[in-house]
Every structure is written in C-alpha cells, then in structure tokens.
Design a protein around this ligand. Structure first.
Ligand code: NHR
Ligand code: GAR
Length: 203
C-alpha cells in the first residue's frame, strides 16, 4: 500500500491559512484523491489561537517554544525532530509554513528541500520580510497581494507557485489591507498545495 503523504503545518498565530488548508483537505478529499492528510500542526507559541482549531478538528498539535532554546540551530533541531516524529517514514511529504514567524536556518531548509512551502503577504519580489502591508501603503503601491513560494535559505526567495493581487485603496490602513490580502491567501494557498499534490500523485 502507498504510504500516506503527511502534511505538517507550522503556525505562530491565528492560523487562518492553516484552517483554510484543513478545510480544503476535507472538502476536496485530499486523502482519497492524493493519499494526503494534514497530520499535525506545530507552533512556536503555546498560545497560538490556531492550535485550538486544530485540536477541535482532531489534528495532533505540538509546541516548540523558540524561547526555550539557546540558538536558532538548537530550536530548529528540535523543530525538525518534532515534525519528523509525526511521519512513519521519518519525514513528512510536505511542511507548510502558515503565518510561521521564525526565520529558519539553512540546515532546516536543506532537510526539507523541495517539500517546504510558505505564503508571504506581498507580491514578491516586492517587500520580503516583515511589515509588508505598511510598506506597500507607504510606497504608494496601487496593488498588493500574496505569494506562495518554495522556501530556500534566502528569505522569501524560492520559486513561486501562486500569487494573488488585490487593490490598495486610498483609505487603507495596514490592518484593512492585511484583511483583504488574507481573504486571497485562503484561496491560493490550498489551491497551490493541491496542485502540487496532483502533480506528484502518479509518482
Ligand atoms: N526561513 C527561510 N529560511 N526562508 C524563508 O523564506 C522563510 C523562513 C522562515 C519563515 C516566513 C516569513 C514571511 O513570509 C518565513 C520564510 C519571519 C520573519 C522574521 O523576521 C521574516 C519572514 C518570515 C517570517 N522573523 C523574526 C526572526 O528573528 C521574528 C519575528 C517574530 O517573532 O515576530 O526570526 O515573511
Ligand atoms: C498571513 O497574512 C501570512 O501571509 C502572514 O501572516 C498572516 C498569518 O495569518 N505571514 C507572515 O507575515 C510571515 N512573515 P494566519 O495565522 O491567520 O494564517
């Protein structure tokens, strides 16, 4: 029998992208169609709201608090150990960053090379890093958006799998723009993951 393709999602906060992926997996029958399942949700913050949603949906959760580790390497080593323990083959098929707020070391990225995705709330290559919505407004951008990309050691630089565009309105604050972008993230992230699963389904 083909082993299950486990997806592990990393969050730091609200987890609305994670929830959109969990819902898509259920509604679009990822298990039956692609042999794929959301196996676990892992947070670097114990109070991340998304953990409750995962638990309510019967998904395993774990917390690896970055503040408990002396270095980024030590944190990432424990994060890898935690993620890989959820998969009987020793490593999940896909690791999905969904509002995960810690920059990952080159060693972590190499370990999951080609199986590590992120959604970034800007139209990359514009505005890598933090505070993207505030920067887009300050620059006078007329359009903003989000990008699903492969994660590489260089921040927000991997190959793009999907993008969505939204208008920036004259009345926008970073919060109103973020909310508009987020509604699009919830559409493109599950779709991009499903396309990846479909593309590799036959192999
Ligand atoms: N790691 C690598 N190696 N490459 C990427 O492309 C990554 C990554 C880790 C996270 C998500 C990300 C984003 O989409 C992401 C992409 C956090 C920071 C950051 O500066 C920047 C980008 C992203 C996530 N974090 C601070 C840090 O010192 C901490 C901020 C906080 O805790 O609130 O790690 O934009
Ligand atoms: C999303 O907008 C995501 O793109 C962004 O944080 C939000 C998380 O929302 N990610 C980053 O800024 C990464 N640096 P969510 O927790 O509700 O999915």
């Amino acid at each position: 029998m083909t082993p299950t393709r486990n997806i592990v999602i990393l969050i730091s906060g609200g987890g609305s992208n994670m929830a959109a992926i969990v819902r898509a997996a259920q509604q679009r029958h990822w298990q039956q169609r692609y042999g794929a399942t959301v196996r676990a949700v892992v947070s670097n913050k114990a109070d991340a709201k998304g953990l409750q949603f995962a638990q309510q949906h019967g998904i395993a959760t774990a917390v690896v608090d970055h503040k408990s580790y002396p270095s980024r390497e030590a944190f990432d080593a424990e994060l890898m150990r935690t993620i890989d323990a959820f998969d009987p083959q020793g490593q999940p098929a896909l690791v999905v960053l969904a509002g995960f707020m810690r920059i990952l070391t080159p060693g972590f990225v190499a370990h999951y090379q080609g199986r590590l995705l992120n959604i970034h709330p800007s139209l990359l290559p514009a505005f890598p890093g933090l505070h993207t919505h505030q920067r887009a407004i300050e620059y006078g951008c007329q359009f903003a958006g989000a990008t699903v990309h492969q994660v590489t050691a260089e921040l927000d630089h991997g190959e793009y799998l999907a993008q969505a565009v939204v208008p920036v309105l004259p009345t926008d604050t970073p919060d109103t723009l973020a909310a508009r972008v987020l509604t699009q993230e919830h559409l493109i992230y599950p779709r991009a993951i499903e396309q990846l699963l479909a593309a590799s389904a036959a192999t």
